[in-house]
Design a protein around this ligand. Structure first.
Ligand code: PLP
Length: 441
């Protein structure tokens, strides 16, 4: 393919090959279980290729600093409405280009340097942006960690309420990256409000579960602000968002997102985000319910194979994630690497009992089932995947042999579920519109 081009311009070959090889490998041949990833539907992907990727918009819809945006303005407002409806609020900011930028915006808008933020401990799931090493620290906020109850695998509610009352922070931050049981939003938001702090809920991982109505919407439980990525359990384009309960907080964050953290906000995301929002509106509940069934089934099957799965006393998980402790099986780094050799893609992860120096070889592996659920896998498939994993982690079988079986297994799951269906002909037509602005008929 593309032979004459490569003959004339040989440097192109490597770029083309790497891109094509990655796409075929990850999209067709792997069991992708990185908990922060997902795939868009073909319709959302095709719309993502639109001309807005080349354009500039600073400021808010209909109040921009550039011309040429009449369709973008309306599209942005439409996308805000769609996402707002899913989150039960009118106040949605879609301009943050990532979850980290959304967090930075809220930190800057609602706290001043030197003030405090009470957060989840890093080893128990806080995102790096909630810490002194990330955005929070860069903006001069003090990171104070809440006590964590390992038995309950959750924030220790009583001790954390006390901590909030004593330290009087400006922000309390819930939500996380290693996240299997819902944090106590109601109790901690009451504590936060009693000292005039705001409760920010970082929904990056669970936005698809919230909009799919299997995870309580924190804005209805007392959270003031929700931040998120738009590409983890919510299967949209990579990006970020902020939703607030009140108009007042919305105005504060909107004033910060531009000009402080975003100038142009990568406009082509908006169409794909709006399409994904509608897919969540119509198919989100089925999708999210299947995610939970799949996660529980995978966890049970792994435990039956003798793998140490976290949260057994509480039913293993209520999210898309399954966490395993593989310290006794050679550690997180080694096992994640072996799994990759078998085309099973996961990440190593720190667990609460790991020490900072264990970061290169932590005890844990984090698994997410959201993407494989989108590819149409259900409980039976989870059992097959658990068996593949056991043969690597426990039996130490040759990953190359399992890789062949994984590629064979993936062949049955090459279509995205819980999204709008379009025909092959419509796909080609849309592609031509996006590439060449061919007329729409
Ligand atoms: C992934 C993640 C983020 C950051 O999102 P990006 O879009 O990658 O910047 C923020 N918070 C939590 C809890 C996350 O897991």
């Amino acid at each position: 393919m593309l032979d004459s081009l490569i003959n004339s311009y040989p440097e192109l070959e490597k770029v083309l090959n790497l891109t094509i090889q990655h796409t075929i490998w990850r999209k067709k041949e792997c069991i992708n279980m990185i908990a922060s990833e997902n795939v868009m539907s073909p319709l959302a992907m095709l719309l993502y290729l639109n001309d807005m990727m080349h354009r500039y918009a600073e400021g808010k819809p209909f109040k921009r600093y550039y011309q040429g945006l009449k369709y973008v303005d309306e599209l942005e407002v439409t996308a805000q409405k769609i996402i707002g409806e899913l989150l039960n609020t009118e106040y949605v900011e879609l301009r943050p280009i990532s979850g980290t930028i959304a967090n930075a915006t809220v930190f800057k808008a609602l706290a001043k340097p030197g003030e405090k933020a009470v957060v989840v401990p890093v080893q128990a799931g806080a995102h790096v942006s909630h810490t002194r090493y990330g955005t929070l620290g860069a903006l001069g906020l003090q990171q104070i960690e809440m006590p964590f109850d390992i038995e309950e695998w959750n924030i220790d509610v009583d001790k954390s309420i006390k901590l909030i009352e004593e330290t009087k922070p400006s922000l309390v931050i819930l939500g996380g990256s290693l996240y299997i049981f819902p944090h106590p939003v109601k109790e901690l938001s009451e504590a936060a409000h009693s000292v005039n702090a705001k409760l920010m809920y970082d929904a990056a991982h669970v936005l698809g579960l919230i909009t799919g109505k299997v995870w309580t919407n924190p804005l209805l439980e007392g959270a003031d602000i929700l931040t998120s990525s738009t590409h983890k359990t919510f299967p949209g384009p990579q990006g970020g968002l902020i939703a607030t309960k009140t108009k007042e907080d919305y105005k504060k964050v909107s004033k910060v997102v531009f000009p402080v953290f975003v100038s142009n906000h990568h406009l082509h995301r908006l169409s794909a985000l709006a399409v994904t929002g509608l897919e969540m509106k119509y198919f989100g509940k089925q999708y999210a319910e299947q995610i939970i069934k799949n996660a529980k089934t995978l966890a049970e099957a792994l435990a039956e194979h003798g793998i140490k799965v976290i949260g057994e006393n509480k039913g293993f998980t209520e999210s898309h994630q399954v966490i395993i402790d593989v310290k006794a099986n050679g550690g997180g780094a080694k096992n994640a690497e072996l799994l990759e050799q078998a085309n099973i893609i996961v990440n190593k992860n720190m667990l609460p009992w790991d020490k900072p120096e264990d970061i290169k070889n932590p005890s844990g592996i984090r698994i997410g089932v959201q993407e494989i659920t989108r590819w149409g896998m259900k409980e039976e498939e989870m059992k097959i995947i658990a068996e593949f994993m056991k043969r690597i982690i426990i039996d130490k079988e040759d990953p190359a042999k399992i890789k062949k079986q994984v590629i064979e297994f993936r062949k049955e799951y090459l279509e995205i579920h819980y999204g709008f269906k379009i025909t092959n002909e419509e796909e080609l037509k849309l592609l031509k519109i996006m590439l060449h602005a061919e007329p729409f008929s």
